[in-house]
Each structure stands twice: as C-alpha cells, then as structure tokens.
Design a protein around this ligand. Structure first.
Ligand code: CTP
Length: 404
C-alpha cells in the first residue's frame, strides 16, 4: 500500500501559471487513494475555474472566508481536517502575506490558522523569486517550520530563464510521500549501489550487462525518505539519480570497489544492488582496436574482477550487509551460497528470467533469504520492493542495537 492512501491533503492554490500542474497533482493524489480538498484565491480563479478543481479533487472547493454552512468555519475546520496543507503554486504574494501574518482572504487565513504542518511550493518569475523581499519572506517561513519545496530552474512561462518553476506533479507527490515516511533511518549512514559497471576494452568499446539501476535508485530514494544519510555509488544508469543522495558515479568494478572500500568503515549499512561485471579485459588498448586485414574470429582475454561484496563482507564489523542474487536457475541454492560466502545479513534473490522480474522493467519478484528464514514477495513495483528491503534493514539495525 502506498503512503498516501487515506491521507487527508488540503491543497491551497494561489494565482500563478503553474496552477495547471496542481490539477495533475490532484488527479494523481486521488489515484493514490488520498482525500483532497482545495482552497483557492480569487487570483487562482482567474486561471482555472473552481469547477475544474472541484472535478479533480472530487470535493467542493473553498474560496470564501465566510461560509453559510452550519457549524463550519472554513479557515479553521479545513486545517483541522487535514493531515498536511500544501500550497502549490505559492505566489510571491501569498508568501509575503504568510510571512507577515496577513489574513485578508480564505487562503491566507487558513495558512495563519493552520493546525497541521504546512508545505509551500514557491512558483514565480525569476526576478520576483530572487528579490530580497521574497527571499527574506521564504527564510521567515522556513524558520517557523514551514516546509519549503525548492523551485526548479529552467525556462519559465514568462520566457525568462532561472529559478521559479514549480516541480512537476509527480515530484510534488514524491515530496508528500517523503513527508509521510517514517524517519526510522534518521542519523544512519548508508551506502547504496546500483546499475551495471563497464569494463573498457578500448576507448570506444566495453563489456557490461543489462542492469538499468532502477532497483538501486528506488532503494536509495526510499532510504533518503526515511531520513538516512545516503551515498549512492553507481555505474551508468537508465533513470535519474534520486534527490538528496551523495552522488558517486563510477565506471568499472574496480572503481566501485575503491569508492566503497574507503567509505565502508564509517557506514552502518551497505545495500549492494549494483550488478558489477565479474570479468574485465586482461589488457586495455589505448587506441581503438582495428579489424585489420584479417577477417575471422577474435578472442579477448579476460580476468576476474574483485568480488566487492565478498571482500567487504570479510572486513565487516557490525555493519548490515545486503546482497542481491540475480539467477536464472536454482535460485534458493545459489542465493544461500552467496549469503554465506559474502557474510551477508540477508540476500534479495530473483529469477531474472521470470516475467515481471529483473533488470530493465519497473517491477520485480524477489525472495528475501536470511540464514533462518525466507520471505517470498509478490510481483510489485521496484519502489514497493525497496520499501520492504529498507524495512528489513531497519530491523537488522535494531537487532544490532544501532537503532532503537
Ligand atoms: N557482486 C560484487 N562484486 C562482483 C560481483 C557481484 O560485489 N564482482 C555483488 C552483487 O552486487 C550482488 C552479489 O554480489 O549483490 C551477487 O551478485 P551476482 O552477480 O548475483 O553473483 P556473483 O557473486 O557475481 O556470482 P555468479 O555471477 O557466479 O552468480
């Protein structure tokens, strides 16, 4: 189940062009099972009618400070109802009003009367955003504990370039998911790896594998949401590096080993979702290999790379160590062998030949093995698999007395 299921989200909307993204956000939140209610300013109503918001949120929309409903005081009762109050887009005007306690319409009054946590997503022209007045107002709000969702940088609707763009609906939903995540990795330092490695043959050719890095990305993102201090060491990825990690890109298995070796002692958990190449060319050619005159078969001499996890497993001093086993047969037997040989706390095994499991897709079917037990997980998204893995890491940390 996702974390937004059943959550009550009050969405405040002020008058900025980014408002169209809020419509998509409401649709997304409803699909995720959240309940939404909308408070709009008159300015917002100039861009999009209340009826559109009402349709997207499946609830009536509030614009007036004074209600004719019995026993209902909108600016008080709406935030009493809500688990969180998200203002998106938040214009320079609403930020200024909030910073100075002005309450001359329903949105600003609701912000002043908020019983629940408040998040704002500033969105405006770059000059307005950079103006010291706006920056100081944002700082005032931050100091008061209001969550500020940093605007993105890029081409703005006014054709200027710079910061001021509201994040996309999917990213705002991620912020809310982050908000509702338990912070059970607070203060824990974790190393997460992901993606394939590349073993260079010559300047233009390499050996690699089909890993996309998506499972490692999902684990790193989940660990950040749970409050972890995450270093993400990865090969070339087919999806973006998650926000909030310390990003350490590497190329070869040897690079991966060197990046982890130096950091391993100071870390409390290593989750090794990367698919490092097991073999590397004996010799690297400085210049591109030419076909030459001869037409026929070529052979490439290979040597074994370092087994990173096994090497670090042998040096482990209380860290939680998690490995993966990508198999095409004898999953349990091979996984348990790796669990033992690499000195792991648990191993996440999957049959990469099964439909819906493995490298390139967005879903996975895994079994988690410890020395004593096994847990078979159903086909689910890599995000859901990541959540179970992080739950298990938290448990293992607790068992070792690293977390309470
Ligand atoms: N691993 C590693 N270093 C390597 C190869 C793999 O640290 N050179 C890690 C992987 O990140 C994974 C675990 O070891 O967490 C198992 O990887 P896998 O490719 O399934 O197994 P191998 O140990 O490489 O064994 P085999 O290829 O024979 O299945």
């Amino acid at each position: 189940m996702n974390r937004l299921q059943g959550k009550k989200i009050l969405v405040g909307v002020s008058g900025g062009i980014a408002i169209y993204k809020t419509l998509t956000l409401l649709s997304l939140l409803n699909k995720l099972g959240a309940q939404t209610r909308v408070v709009m300013t008159a300015g917002a109503g100039e861009f999009v009618t209340p009826l559109t918001f009402q349709t997207m949120s499946k609830n009536r929309v509030y614009m007036d400070l004074f209600s004719e409903e019995d026993h209902f005081i909108p600016h008080i009762d709406l935030t009493r109802w809500a688990d969180v109050f998200l203002i998106a887009p938040a214009t320079a005007n609403i930020l200024a009003k909030m910073a100075h306690g002005i309450s001359d319409d329903l949105l600003s009054s609701t912000a002043l009367a908020a019983h629940c946590p408040v998040l704002v997503s500033p969105a405006m022209n770059v000059v307005m955003y950079r103006n010291p007045a706006t920056q100081e107002n944002i700082q005032v709000l931050r100091n008061r504990g209001i969550g500020i969702i940093e605007p993105e940088s890029g081409l703005l609707a006014c054709d200027e370039k710079g910061e001021g763009r509201m994040p996309e609906a999917q990213d705002l939903a991620e912020v809310l998911d982050h908000f509702f995540s338990p912070k059970d990795l607070d203060g824990v330092s974790l190393l997460v790896t992901g993606g394939p490695t590349r073993e260079m043959i010559d300047p233009v050719r390499f050996l690699s594998n089909r890993s996309s890095g998506k499972q490692g990305i999902a684990i790193a993102r989940e660990a950040v949401k749970r409050g972890g201090d995450v270093t993400f060491v990865h090969g070339p990825l087919q999806a973006p590096v998650p926000k909030g990690v310390k990003d350490v890109p590497v190329t070869s298995t040897e690079d991966l080993y060197l990046a982890l070796k130096d950091r391993f002692e100071a870390t409390q958990a290593l989750i090794m979702a990367a698919a490092p190449a097991d073999m590397t060319p004996v010799q690297y050619m400085d210049q591109k290999m030419k076909k030459g005159e001869k037409v026929g078969n070529f052979s490439l001499a290979l040597k074994e790379t370092t087994d990173v996890l096994k090497t670090l497993g042998a040096e482990k001093k209380g860290q939680v160590l998690v490995g993966f086993a990508a198999e095409t047969q004898f999953v349990e037997e091979y996984a348990k062998k790796k669990l033992k040989e690499k000195n792991l706390d648990f191993i996440v095994a999957n049959d990469v030949s099964a439909r819906g499991a493995g490298f390139a897709g967005d879903t996975n079917i895994v079994t988690i093995f410890t020395k004593e037990d096994r847990e078979d997980l159903p086909l689910q998204s890599k995000e859901e698999v990541a959540r179970v893995i992080v739950d298990r890491v938290v448990l293992a940390l607790q068992e070792k007395g690293i977390r309470r």
